[in-house]
Structure formats: C-alpha cells, structure tokens
Design a protein around this ligand. Sequence first.
Ligand code: GUN
Ligand code: ZN
Length: 405
Amino acid sequence: MLQFDLLQTDPSSHARRGRLTLNHGVVQTPIFMPVGTYGTVKGVTPRSLEDMDAQIILGNTFHLWMRPGLDVMAQFGGLHQFEKWNKPILTDSGGFQVWSLGAMRKITEDGVHFSSPVNGDKLFMSPEVSIQIQTTLNSDIAMQLDECTPYLSVEPKTKGQITTEDEARASMEMSLRWAQRSRAEFARLENPNALFGIVQGGMFEGLRQESLEQLVAMDFPGYAVGGVSVGEPKDEMLRIMAHTPHRLPAHKPRYLMGVGTPEDLIEGVAQGVDMFDCVMPTRNARNGTFFTRYGDLKIRNARHKMDQRPLDETCTCYACAGSATHANTPDTGAGRSWAQGGRGGFSRAYLHHLDRCGEMLGPMLSSIHNLHYYLNLMTEVRAALDAGTFGAFRQQFKANRARGV
Ligand code: GUN
Ligand code: ZN
C-alpha cells in the first residue's frame, strides 16, 4: 500500500510538504533516505539511524541478490527482519548497478546479461527478475527496472561522446517497455507494497516529457526521475531538475534518484521533489569530508590538530553534541557544549586524530554527523514549509553555507 497526502505547497516555488504512508510506517516529506546498499548503512547501527530520526532507508536489489542471496532473504521473510530495520525500505531495481558494471554486461530488450562480480557466474536480470527479488525483499517501495541513460555514450564504444537524442530515445523507450513489464510482474505476484516508475530521456526535455506522460498513463503510485548525476555538467543537471519533477502528478510522490549535495537537495525541493537518496553523506564521511551548516570541512587538514570545537556548534548529532537527539525538531544547538555544562561532543582535534590513525570510530562518527546533517536539513525544510517561510529559509541556507566553517 501507499498513501500520499499533500499537506502544504510553497507559493514561491514548486516545493511541497507531504506525508507518505507505507506498510512499515509514515514518512514525512521532503525526506532524505540514507543508502544501505548491502542491507547496512555503512558503519551506522539501526539504533543510531533511529536516534537521528531516519524514516526510510534504501536497499539494493542487485547487491542483495548477489549476497546473501534470495534463499537467505526468503528465510527471513524479507530485508526488514534480516537487517533489523522496522521502518520503511525502498529498494532500487538494480538497473543502475548492472549498468555500472560496464564491460561485464550486455543489455538487450529481454534484460541484462552479466557476469557476477562476486564469482563470475553468468546471470540475467530482467524486469520480471528484479520485481521477483524486490517482492522477496518485501521493500515498501520497489523500483521498476530501467536503463540509466548515461551522459557520455558507451554503447557502442564511443567514450567521450555525448549520448545522442536517438540513443537516448531508444534507451528511454526500452525503459518504458520495462516499466510495463515491471508493473505486470508486480501485479501478478500480488506484491502488497508500492512500485515506482522512473522517468528517463537523458538531457533531452522532449524525451523526458514523453517518458513522463507514458509513465503517468501507466498510473504508478509514485514516480522517480532517473538518469541525472550521471556525469553531466552541473548546469545540465539543474536544467533537467527544473524541467521534470513539477510536471509529474501533484498528488503522487516524486523521487530524484542519486542526488546530491545539500545545495542540490534544496534546489530539488524548490523544483517539487519529495524524496532524495545519495551516497554522498556516508561516502564523504569515510573520506573525512564533513557537511556543516557553514560549509564543508576536511578533517584531514592539519589546521584541525588542536581545535577543541565540535564539527558544527549548531548540530545535535551524537558526534557533535555527545548525546543522541532526535532530529525531529530543527537544531538550535542550545545548551549542548562542554562550556555550557553538557557532556559535549567530540572535538575536531579528536576526529582529526581518529582519521590520521585510521581508527574505525572515525568513519562511524563522521557518518552519524553527515547523515544527521542531511536528515536535519530536511527537517528544517519541512518546518519552513509548514511555516510558509521556505523562500526565506532558502536564502539563509545559502548565506550560511557560504560563510565557511
Ligand atoms: N540511481 C541513480 N540514478 C538512477 C537511475 O537512473 N535508475 C535507477 N534505477 N537507479 C538510479
Ligand atoms: Zn554533528
């Protein structure tokens, strides 16, 4: 099941405030969804995710099919029980991941033939197979199998050449046929959850328009915009973000796949997007890059060696504040620091030290902070939309981020 209630719309942009009800719970939108590819948000326990008020996380069909495999998933009755996450889960269909295999795969109308990156076995992923796997995973939201049209064409091997409109059309039209097949299989299996269609069309607005119209005619309970953040220049991504999301049906949830920086999320919200996912907060955390209200911070920099301040004085995450707080109210940072009598969070000097020593706690704390930052950013966005102040919030966000840490 899926129910989407539109609660509020912003007069100054396409932004909307909504509530998404799924089989494993309610999701307030706009929302950021932490990525848990292999059935784990890397380095972060489900308890920590709950502490930071994560409402829905991702899993990946392709990876979980490879390992641990469907027999294990079926025995556990799905991914929720296996990974001990009782709130909603969205699974990506595997299209994007299979496509990322490059030379190891061959895409045909039937589906994708590829060699397992784990043991070399010859495997086949079709729209039907993807839906069968996602049904076994019992994800609250399943995604159609699609072909993610790349910015630079690699089929045939013309690397460095921008995908032509003809190539993008052929790919988009196949994704539409795969949407239909995904939908039929989902219905045949009587999957009790929800299936989203994915708009493709490369960098071509006319193709995007055709793709979305055809998908809307198939009447999915929600829609994603795919094929962005695939190597294109930023202004091209912004052009597609300005074109597609707000043209999708207003009363259904909209998901922008694989995007992006905090700035991209705010722009996406302004363009009418309700749901986001990206590996950036967790991946950057593992590389020692922190997102903060006042800009990004590289913990490897020697200037942090003696710095007793927390990463972000306004952040209430466990790393910054020393206690786990829910991100369900906007952060004020009030009364949390050591100086103010609280236990206080970890210093920049300590996080710098953990990084230099390659200690496991480093990426764990930085992942908590970065995810909390993304989740809290969306909490602040929702509060601004509720209060009718999203326009002012957007300006303040930009000014804060430009200030520097
Ligand atoms: N993740 C990021 N982009 C995409 C896309 O275009 N399709 C799918 N299935 N997943 C994605
Ligand atoms: Zn923090």
